[in-house]
Design a protein around this ligand. Structure first.
Ligand SMILES: *Cc1c(COP(=O)(O)O)cnc(C)c1O
Length: 393
């Protein structure tokens, strides 16, 4: 049975999937089974933060696997405590962490913390979470409901109550009432078209929410772990959220999610848990990824690569203005706003034919999420292939 048949026979068809069979990778280059190379500007959707086949990460994981992989959270886990300490120190936030396995789970935990906070602090009980239209917060029943895209609420109901959507940052204020306990936002919407929020508006909202004792949850599942140049986009925006969620880039490919909060005494024993969360394998991955990226950032190389990439993207946006409205995004979370969904789809398809992986975002954005360790040569080659792919459009 060939791979495609096997996949279609045994895997549920939840993805419009591509059947290129990748078998190995080195930093931002992937190889398929025929030995063909591809420049990866998608990083497994912002996951492969330290590139494919990163030796330092491989070595740390192999060494850890030789010792111990899992023991459950009924026992203290040394690399988990170290990872939490590192995230607190690098973020500069006086917070504690809980580890799960994915972004949706991290957001579930964030919502639980907010709901409990709103339940125990008096009458009326506060439970409402306001999110933005075009947001994306996950695929579980409640994070799907938190996701402000009506098209994703067609099935699967009834959903839990207590979510409300604001059209944009300005509209958030009119959605706040006596039952609102939290506002949850992405600082750069990842699935919703690479849409950065305005810094000043974010800071004003943070201030207003603090005044009204409404929590600010920042979903940094995609923006976090140096994707925007700082450990957290919240650092870049110079705010201190009440709750921050992480996942994607934190494990460099090993599944891990985390919720960070300054609300250290809201959840108590028994309120929340995860069998796998933050085990030796995923925590070791997190610690190692942060070691690598912290160094990359402090050497100035991360910022340098981001500028180099940005210049190339901007040049392409201008040269092909019949295809794109503009380049968008921050750091290594970038996009080209295409003229329409048809152009977007064609570009992604043609790029793959030319050996370049780029992603879709929103209705008409071509999304670029390179590995944070991407080299100038890889950037050059990637954009060469990109131009080749789009030159005949
Ligand atoms: C990917 C993503 C999620 C969901 O993460 P999973 O690991 O797929 O559950 C949530 N929020 C944002 C902003 C994301 O980009």
């Amino acid at each position: 049975m060939d791979l495609k048949t096997m996949d279609q026979t045994y895997i549920l068809p939840t993805y419009a999937k591509n059947y290129t069979n990748f078998v190995s990778g080195k930093n931002s280059v992937l190889y398929d089974e025929a030995g063909r190379d591809y420049i990866d500007f998608g990083s497994g959707i912002a996951v492969c933060s330290v590139g494919h086949g990163n030796e330092k990460l491989q070595n740390a994981l192999c060494k850890q696997l030789e010792k111990i992989t899992h023991i459950s959270n009924l026992f203290v886990i040394e690399p988990q405590a170290q990872l939490a300490k590192k995230l607190v120190e690098l973020s500069g936030y006086d917070m504690q962490l809980f580890f799960g396995n994915s972004g949706a789970e991290a957001n579930e935990a964030a919502i639980k913390i907010a709901r409990k906070y709103g339940e125990v602090d008096g009458e009326p009980k506060r439970y409402k979470v306001v999110t933005l239209e075009h947001s994306f917060h996950g695929r579980t029943i409640s994070t799907l409901k938190a996701t402000g895209q009506q098209s994703m609420h067609s099935y699967f109901g009834p959903f839990p109550d207590g979510f409300e959507y604001a059209e944009d940052m300005d509209d958030v204020y009119s959605r706040l009432d006596d039952h609102t306990v939290a506002v949850m936002i992405e600082l750069v919407q990842g699935e919703g078209g690479i849409e950065p929020m305005e810094k000043q508006k974010v800071q004003e909202l943070a201030k207003e929410l603090k005044k009204r004792d409404i929590l600010l949850i920042v979903d940094e599942v995609q923006t976090g772990i140096y994707r925007t140049g700082e450990l957290l986009a919240s650092n870049l925006y110079e705010i201190t959220p009440d709750i921050v969620t992480l996942a994607k880039g934190l494990g460099g490919g090993v599944p891990i999610g985390a919720v960070m909060t300054g609300l250290k005494d809201v959840l108590g024993p028994g309120d929340h848990g995860s069998t796998f969360g933050g085990n030796y394998l995923s925590s070791t991955a997190g610690v190692t990824v942060l070691d690598i990226l912290e160094q990359l950032k402090s050497s100035g190389k991360l910022a340098e690569a981001m500028v180099y990439f940005s210049d190339k993207l901007e040049a392409v946006a201008q040269k092909y203005e019949h295809l794109f409205f503009k380049s968008v995004g921050i750091g290594f979370m970038r996009g080209l706003r295409a003229k329409d969904a048809d152009v977007q789809g064609k570009i992604i398809q043609r790029c793959l034919q030319e050996g370049l992986i780029v992603l879709k975002s929103g209705r008409n954005t071509v999304r670029f999420l390179p590995t944070l360790t991407v080299t100038k040569d890889e950037i050059d080659e990637g954009f060469k292939r990109f131009e080749k792919a789009i030159s005949t459009l």
